[in-house]
Design a protein around this ligand. Structure first.
Ligand code: HEM
Length: 210
């Protein structure tokens, strides 16, 4: 397969922007036409939460895809997709804070402490926030090796986001389970990394016990 030229990557980025804008427009049309059912606020929170999780899974699919297709330039899409993940999940939380809690920040923190599934959601969001801030080239250069260590936390964010989803549903766990399977398949692609991490932890433990 021929190498994808840089111009094609720029084109794909434009398509990602257009798709993201269409998703937002679609949500607006659903709201405007009253097609969000009996509880439009809940549906809006769900829509934005699921879109955020979908973008996170797509972001994690880029590296295995670029390796299998031997197209390293695809890696350039990760930052844009990562930023959109952060935007969708921030809109998700804003919808909850605005439409369910009427901008009562106190309630938000009370809810996050009181409901474990929200605590996990908050942890996932904080990780996505740190990854977004540090995705700036200047910060990446300054952070050197620790940048790569920090950006491995995306694996923790996707696990927390999927558990948050599973735990938030009142009925019908089929879809969250499908998300768990996709999450597992994408993380399994990183098994060499997890194995090396696990081995080095075992080494430290055995050295400490000697
Ligand atoms: C402070 C952080 C967060 C808060 C306060 C929050 C809040 C919520 C709430 C209130 C629900 C709906 C629960 C219900 O139906 O009763 C929900 C569901 C959901 N959230 Fe979050 N969330 C947060 C972070 C995240 C993050 C970071 C992600 C994605 C990575 C995410 C993805 C989802 C998904 C997929 C659902 C289920 C949607 C569905 O049932 O269709 N949330 N969240």
């Amino acid at each position: 397969m021929n190498k994808i030229p840089p111009l094609a990557i720029t084109l794909i980025k434009v398509i990602i922007h257009l798709v993201s804008l269409s998703v937002l427009l679609y949500l607006y049309l659903l709201i405007d036409s009253g097609r969000l059912g009996a509880d439009p606020v809940k549906e809006m929170i769900h829509f934005l939460g699921k879109t955020g999780l979908n973008y996170l899974l797509i972001t994690l699919a880029i590296t295995p895809l670029s390796k299998r297709l031997k197209q390293p330039l695809l890696g350039r899409l990760k930052r844009l997709l990562g930023i959109y993940t952060f935007v969708w999940t921030s809109l998700h939380i804003t919808a909850f804070l605005w439409l369910e809690l009427s901008w009562e920040w106190g309630f938000l923190f009370e809810e996050i402490i009181k409901r474990p599934y929200l605590s996990l959601g908050m942890l996932a969001w904080v990780i996505l926030l740190l990854l977004s801030i540090t995705s700036l080239n200047a910060i990446k250069r300054k952070m050197k090796q620790s940048w790569f260590i920090l950006h491995r936390w995306v694996y923790v964010a996707v696990i927390l986001g999927t558990i948050h989803y599973y735990w938030s549903v009142k009925s019908g766990v089929t879809e969250p389970i499908i998300y768990f399977i996709i999450c597992f398949v994408l993380l399994r692609e990183r098994s060499p990394y997890f194995k090396s991490k696990f081995t080095s932890v075992l080494k430290v433990i055995s050295m400490k016990s000697n």
